[in-house]
Design a protein around this ligand. Structure first.
Ligand code: FEO
Length: 391
């Protein structure tokens, strides 16, 4: 298999996981890549490896450029196994190579693989000379694990950003100018929403830390490499990391006998009457990771469940657990649902929203089947609550 030249003496040598459809619970309908990069200088450097089952593909691409045994340094920007999974086999091949990682990275790699490799730990500002280049390191704690870091080559104005700026896309194209920008941004958004969202302040730190560097290429550890569209992805990251939302509403629900579904559409009417754009998702039909892509920029989150056994439906519970973990901030939330005799679902959803620190609109709770008059009343009441300058 071929290596792909991305700069003079720098190659992409990763693996393309065409059929990946589930990345620890995140639906990856476009597959993904695990990006390794090979730098040919007086010293030979490999930045990250790939998932364990793509070892042969990575090695074949490295061999397209150089004998893999000539690698002097392996930089592990991140311990997670999609990037470190090939280290045990690779380090057997190059036992004298130096393995560069952050201090939590060294700890994590030892805990994962139990090996005493030739570690060198680095922190922000540390540099290594590899001949005509100096590589420097920027810690990216919690973007996505405590060990994450980026590696920067000043000579190439290139940052190997690891998980930051990644997207789950399997493609033959490697560079952003070769791939449709709208899909690229949408996948970067989905990736951020499902993986990076809880770490907004840490992302802001990284964006700040990158400011002094001249950068004309961002090479992440998944998906497409950013060149021409660096300003666009940086703008989006600033927005997402700051939890900046748009006047949009995402309505999510599950339903037993379509009463809660009827309320969902009455809720939709209220927002649309105020000229606020809506998306509606039935949890039986759409995966929670896809819904998160809309949540990330929605000012309003509305969640509906009927009451079942004094509780909420399991699908709604799963979504709420996922949403809570991803911790969106600065949102306004609304709980709604129908009930027969208990009616606990609204309170359960609202309590979680309160614990998440979201602003609440008054919840909507109807017994049995809401008729047209009741639905109109729901729409009117929510419309009043939205208030403000809308419509
Ligand atoms: Fe792509 Fe956090 O690993």
């Amino acid at each position: 298999m071929k290596a792909v030249k991305i700069k003079e003496n720098i190659y992409w040598v990763g693996g393309i996981d065409w059929n990946l459809r589930n990345f620890h619970g995140y639906m990856t309908q476009r597959g993904s890549t695990y990006n390794s990069y090979l730098i040919i200088d007086e010293k030979i450097v490999l930045i990250d490896t790939v998932k364990h089952y793509m070892y042969d593909e990575m090695l074949s691409r490295i061999s397209d450029v150089i004998d893999p045994k000539k690698i002097n340094y392996v930089v592990s920007n991140h311990v997670e196994m999609d990037h470190s999974g090939c280290l045990p086999r690779l380090m057997e091949l190059i036992p004298d190579a130096t393995l560069i990682a952050s201090s939590p990275g060294e700890k994590g790699l030892k805990a994962h693989y139990g090996k005493q490799w030739n570690f060198k730990t680095v922190k922000t500002g540390d540099k290594i000379n590899i001949g005509t280049r100096e590589l420097s390191f920027i810690m990216e704690q919690m973007v996505h694990w405590p060990d994450n870091m980026a590696t920067y080559s000043e000579k190439d104005a290139l940052v190997f950003s690891n998980d930051a700026f990644g997207q789950h896309i399997a493609s033959s194209e490697r560079i952003d100018t070769e791939y449709p920008l709208d899909i690229l941004i949408e996948e970067a958004k989905k990736y951020y929403a499902n993986i990076v969202l809880p770490y907004g302040s840490q992302v802001q730190n990284v964006l700040e830390a990158l400011k002094p560097f001249k950068i004309n290429m961002i090479a992440p550890s998944h998906g497409i490499i950013w060149t021409k569209h660096i300003p666009e992805i940086l703008n989006e990251y600033v927005k997402w990391a700051g939890n900046k939302t748009e006047e949009k509403c995402t309505i999510v629900y599950d339903t037993m006998w379509e009463s809660t579904e009827k309320i969902a559409y009455a809720v939709r009417d209220a927002f649309e009457n105020k000229n606020i754009s809506c998306r509606i998702y039935n949890l039986k039909l759409t995966h929670i990771s896809d819904i998160m892509t809309d949540i990330i920029t929605s000012k309003y989150i509305c969640l509906g469940s009927p009451t079942l056994n004094n509780n909420i439906l399991p699908t709604v519970s799963a979504f709420l657990t996922y949403l809570r973990g991803l911790a969106p901030r600065n949102r306004t939330a609304l709980a709604f649902g129908s009930f027969g005799w208990g009616g606990q679902s609204i309170g359960i959803i609202e309590n979680t929203f309160k614990e998440m620190g979201l602003n609440l609109l008054g919840g909507v709770k109807t017994q049995y089947i809401p008729d047209k008059q009741k639905l109109k009343q729901i729409t009117d009441e929510i419309q009043k609550q939205i208030g403000g300058n809308h419509g």
